[in-house]
Design a protein around this ligand. Sequence first.
Ligand SMILES: *Cc1c(COP(=O)(O)O)cnc(C)c1O
Length: 360
Amino acid sequence: MNRIHNFNPGPAALPLEVLQTIKEEMLDFKGTGMSILEISHRSKQFEEVLNTAIERLKRLLGIKEGFHVVFVQGGATLQFAMVPLNLSLPHRTVSYIDTGTWSTKAIKEAKILGKDVVVVASSQDKEYTYIPKDFTVDSSTSYLHFTSNNTIRGTQWKEFPNPNGVPLVSDMSSDFLSRPFDVSPFGLIYAGAQKNLGPAGCAVVLIREDMLSRSPKDLPTLLRYPVYTENNSLYNTPPCFVIYTIGLVLKWLEETIGGLQNMERINEEKAKILYEVIDRSGFYRGTAQKDSRSLMNITFRLSSEELEKRFLDEAQKNGFGGLKGHRSVGGCRASVYNAVSLESVRSLASFMEEFERVNG
Ligand SMILES: *Cc1c(COP(=O)(O)O)cnc(C)c1O
């Protein structure tokens, strides 16, 4: 077996333990004589998979009541539309903070739907290299939407924005469950699964109970959150294999890692190792402002595109994958989601030091 050090931005690394369980259970899932890919989504075995995943997720976040957890196909991108469709109030604005690509796309989608969009803050003036600090939110707006971690620019909210009493809505696709946080100010949280949670194929959505009554009845059935909550994500056939794998990742988080506090400590250590290498000499240059740096996506440049290309080529040859920056911004990016091990990060740091010694 020859597995690389996987720094892919998404779909991304999964815990080895999870992949091994999938392999072991593939031909005969829990004595059914079938794989999880072949059993009914109405079977008691699948229902247990689904309900166990939901319970684990709530336990990890310390949620006792008041929130629903549902699985929706269409990735985070469909949520860009479902959020304004379901949560905007009649004759009220919807508010957004623009911190780059994904939040820009969320804003665009709300505009397509004809919503009265207010962008309360933006970091566009400095190429989205920081998290905005000073802004005010109108207390009568429907909700305040922000992107908790900016996967492409490598910035992250350390403290969540103050919503002035309106429900917070967050796209947490690239840092969900990377740290503990208080869910109470949130009306809704969504995360595409393929970064921190599992394989591609759905978004996990947390919805506060009181948000459901906002949903207009004249939307297409599968675009209404209440259809998911009332049917426990089983109105139609859900992405069974994705939910099963997410369940295994949640089990790993809870039982092997020991919860979100431990996960956060490990993630902080991983990021620190790489930022220290980046900051040491000037050979590498971090692209995000220091107080806005992401613990999940570590973005950096070298002195020329030619040197960056050499870095990426040699990294690949040495068993490090996924380090190319997003095609829209270039440069390099190490995505160090939950499942990327400390050992992989230490190996990358050594490789970076060696590359600097030879090419610096
Ligand atoms: C990857 C990503 C998305 C897009 O997710 P899809 O599941 O491909 O729709 C949206 N937002 C953020 C923050 C992301 O990192």
